[in-house]
Design a protein around this ligand. Structure first.
Ligand code: SAM
Length: 255
């Protein structure tokens, strides 16, 4: 993946040590073209500022809205039911993004390994988990973040999993369909790497998830979005107004 250089405005004296490795993973300005994005650490939080007017800043705050649900309320969420979460379930979230879904799964009692391939998003997510972990150490303690391509991680996975969850970015079909400002900001960031208009590799993610030792592969997608050509039908779907969770089961993995 090509990632344009991000301008860093960081006071190394105030930067938490746990964030240093994530920032060290960012491409050096001398090696890649400038992206126009600025990453700042201000008032105890990492913020990504977009060069596009109207998109503003992105910071990750976990534990609000649906992601703030706990216990029985969290377990009743469609995402949690689609993944078959019980206390102690093991989940790989193969498309970490803003971490909302991973946090909800962990709030319902699952141990979640989150993969995020984009180094800037991974750094923001590491910061979101660090801050949310102060108020909810038991939930944050169930989440492990890996800055990796999940397709590769899953090809090497040998531990039985309850579910692998995927929520890929889809190519925008209409401006209106872009929705959430924060996801539009992510799209603008990914456009720096030449990914604009292509979306994530849904077919590749699904193939990796279905080949890995997981009792379920779960794909979230917009209600009317077709599956990639050649994809077998899911075993079942949990439908909502605008999104659906498609579930493929593997009977040979008894988790
Ligand atoms: C729509 S966002 C996911 C949103 C997330 N479910 C949430 O609750 O915030 C998709 C994210 O998946 C990441 N992604 C896509 N393909 C990936 C892969 N193969 N490995 C790791 N991360 C991936 C993208 O970089 C992007 O940040």
């Amino acid at each position: 993946m090509t990632v344009g250089a991000i301008e860093l405005k960081l006071d190394l004296h105030t930067l938490p040590a746990s964030l240093r490795p994530w920032l060290d993973a960012l491409p050096a300005a001398a090696e890649t073209p400038a992206s126009g994005f600025v990453l700042r650490f201000l008032e105890d939080r990492l913020r990504l500022q977009s060069p596009e007017p109207g998109l503003g800043e992105l910071e990750i705050d976990l534990g609000r809205g649906q992601a703030g649900y706990r216990g029985a309320r969290a377990r009743n969420e469609r995402l949690v039911r689609a993944c078959g979460v019980r206390a102690g379930s093991l989940i790989v979230d193969a498309t970490g993004g803003l971490g909302t879904d991973a946090w909800l799964l962990a709030s319902a009692g699952a141990r979640v390994t989150v993969c995020e391939q984009h180094p800037v998003v991974a750094a923001l997510l590491a910061d979101g988990l660090r801050r949310a972990g102060v108020a909810h150490p038991e939930i944050a303690g169930r989440i492990e973040l890996l800055g990796v391509d999940s397709r590769l991680a899953l090809s090497r996975w040998d531990q039985p999993l309850t579910a692998i969850y995927m929520d890929p970015m889809y190519p925008p079909r209409r401006k209106r369909a872009l929705g959430d400002r924060r996801l539009r900001l992510l799209s603008a960031l990914f456009a720096q790497g030449g990914m604009e208009g292509r979306g994530d590799d849904v077919a590749g993610l699904l193939a990796a998830a279905r080949a890995a030792p997981a009792a379920r592969a779960v794909l979230k997608r917009p209600q009317r979005q077709p599956l990639p050509a050649g994809t077998p039908d899911p075993d079942y779907s949990l439908e909502g107004r605008s999104t659906r969770f498609d579930v493929w089961r593997r009977a040979d993995i008894g988790v």
